[in-house]
Ligand binder design. Sequence first.
Ligand code: GRF
Length: 192
Amino acid sequence: MMARPGLGILGSGKGSNCRAILESIAKRVLRAEARIGISDVPDSGILHVAREFDVTAAYLPPGKFRTKLAAEAEIELGQILRDAGVDWVVLAGWMRVLKEPMLQAFPHRILNIHPSLLPKFPGLEAWKQALAAGETITGCTVHYVDAGVDSGEIIAQREVPILPDDTPETLHARIQIAERELYPTAIRQVCA
Ligand code: GRF
């Protein structure tokens, strides 16, 4: 039998996508093994979620920058992931742009989920961007990570309608429901 692919899940927030992935693995719908959960935010929800599922959880001090890791931290991140036996890096609410050390260590092996129908509305708070633009449909996208911001090759998308009385909060909540269905399915598709 083929070994199950090892996942390293990276996030900065509450970890609802991480939870959906770990539940999918627990139910044996997603044939993969979560090897480690890493956050740049101490005590973040995602670290608690990882521990709840008996997955090693690690805090990575990010260094002095706000939107990227310090060079040493990014090299350390690659090392931690390799030591943990990670084949696929899964960004789940990870708020820092990854640079060459990670892109070279895991070429075409880093996935991200973004709350819009890319290439529309890359960047922060994409659901607010979609509302402000007067869209009637938005959604979420799973894509490979490259050197740009939310610009890598698209793997899968799910549409979410924008309702007339939507607020940023109600819209984001509905997009997140779609994300939690889409991400485990898309991971399954690329890891197969
Ligand atoms: C998600 O909405 C995802 O699209 C974005 O960050 C959010 C993470 O949420 N990249 P969670 O931590 O998985 O709950």
